[in-house]
Design a protein around this ligand. Structure first.
Ligand code: LLP
Length: 437
């Protein structure tokens, strides 16, 4: 039997229990494929994360990275805990506003913010982490037109190597993000902004990547950021008020994976920040953090019904379930591991080697290969773990598969927070041109 994370249990029938509810009953009640999110787990993770930093630094703000899971109910849960938001598109910004996160509790990140997005951000006093010189010009121009002063920080490229998938190692010097530090561009950005009438400089921002399970990249990031904070103070007399270290703390996906605790990260980065503040006599900045995966990643499972089992002599056994790469893209896109069990056979021994596939028409459409499960039968319920971050948020409609529904569970209650898509949803935006009618 595997070690289940502490918010799960198994009942007397050998069924998985989440949020006080039997997963088998949830699947019957709401259908499959079904995302199930555990509200209490999200709250616990948020509180622990905030505490880790707030116990060590007087002024901390946690901005939930909506890109991990922008479902309104999930964002509402975090808003009710007092979280701010890290948004990276117009719609994320509007979702955050909609659930009651004020604009001045948001940061806006990304290397391509269009003028509509900048306008919305500036009008709502969102802190914009500017990513290029041209974006700086655009922000200044738009703010002037709106008669506002835009609150900005600069995203710097920390040139930090982190041991993660190449697609999500965004802190490398060659990556598309941020101002280059080594060539002096980051400093030049502060100098340029100082002369602008419609921007106010508040911050500095970096992001070393995602799914990082080692503390060293965060420490290196903090060192590089703080070196720049002191240089900006010395050279231009600018006091940086927000030091934004981005997101990136990973979670264990595979049994035996190590865990990176937020306390370890907090201990190291706060150590660096307080040392530099003391040594250089700087103002104490507010520490901003943008966790996504750590807050929501393990709060969610995906339930999928086993439809068909294909056995061939000398070949892998394929188990087909009703959730594929459309429902959970991470295995196909990054070769990511998500643990799989049978939710209705949690007490049986995992002893048969199988591949688990979805219903789509390509070989990349699998959720796991060479996995051990109990004897699999038609109608069994597969459960895919740790899908709360970048799961439903990255789901798509390949082969016109409707995206799954999601329920939020808490203390024995369950409610739909994302409806299952229908034929009407998938075809609503298509139109037949007049000449074909
Ligand atoms: N802040 C910024 C500026 C980011 O770009 C990201 C994630 C975060 C915060 C949140 O990072 P987290 O704490 O969740 O690691 N789709 C990929 C992950 C992409 C992450 C992109 N940026 C995946 O499924 O693994």
């Amino acid at each position: 039997m595997l070690m289940l994370k502490e918010h799960f249990s198994v009942n007397s029938q050998g069924h998985l229990v989440i949020g006080g509810l039997d997963a088998v009953e949830l699947a019957e009640r709401f259908g499959t494929p079904l995302y199930v999110a555990d509200e209490q787990r999200i709250r616990e993770r948020y509180r622990r994360f905030l505490r880790a930093f707030a116990e060590r630094w007087p002024d901390v703000r946690v901005h939930y990275a909506l890109k991990a899971n922008s479902n309104m109910a999930v964002v509402k849960v975090l808003q009710s805990e007092g979280a701010g938001a890290d948004v990276s598109s117009e719609i994320e910004l509007r979702i955050a506003l909609n659930v009651g996160i004020p604009g001045d509790r948001m940061v806006f990140n990304g290397n391509y913010k269009n003028s509509r997005e900048l306008e919305l951000a500036i009008s709502n006093d969102v802190l914009i982490n500017v990513d290029s010189f041209q974006e700086l010009e655009a922000v200044d121009r738009i703010a002037r037109r709106l008669g506002k002063r835009a609150r900005i920080g600069f995203r710097i490229n920390p040139d930090v190597r982190a041991d993660t998938h190449p697609y999500i190692a965004v802190g490398l010097r060659e990556s598309k993000f941020g101002f280059d530090v080594a060539s002096g561009q980051a400093l030049a950005a502060y100098a340029r902004a100082k002369g602008m009438s419609s921007v106010e400089i508040f911050g500095i921002h970096a992001n070393v990547g995602s799914q990082i399970l080692d503390v060293a990249p965060f420490e290196e990031e903090a060192e590089k950021i703080m070196a720049l904070v002191s240089e900006v103070k010395e050279k231009f007399d600018i006091d940086i008020r927000f030091v934004d270290l981005g997101g990136g703390i990973g979670i264990p996906y595979k049994p035996g994976d190590r865990e990176l605790h937020p306390e370890e990260v907090a201990e190291k980065v706060v150590g660096v920040i307080s040392r530099v503040v003391r040594e250089k006599g700087l103002e104490r900045p507010t520490l901003l953090l943008e966790p996504g995966r750590y807050l929501v990643g393990d709060s969610c499972v995906l339930l999928a019904r086993v439809g068909y089992i294909k056995e061939r002599p000398g070949m892998p056994t394929w188990v087909a379930v009703d959730a594929g790469m459309n429902a959970l893209m991470r295995p196909a896109l990054y070769g990511a591991y998500h643990h799989i069990e049978l939710a209705n056979k949690m007490n049986q021994k995992n002893e048969f080697l199988v591949n688990v596939a979805g219903p789509l028409c390509e070989s990349g459409d699998f959720l796991g290969k060479d996995r051990k499960l109990p004897v699999v039968e038609q109608g069994d319920l597969a459960v895919i773990f740790d899908v709360g971050a970048y799961g439903l948020a990255m789901a798509c409609q390949h082969t016109a598969q409707p995206r799954p529904a999601m329920v939020l569970v808490n203390g024995g209650r369950a409610e739909i927070v994302r409806k299952r898509e229908t034929y009407d949803d998938l075809t609503r935006l298509d139109q037949i041109p007049s000449w074909l009618k």
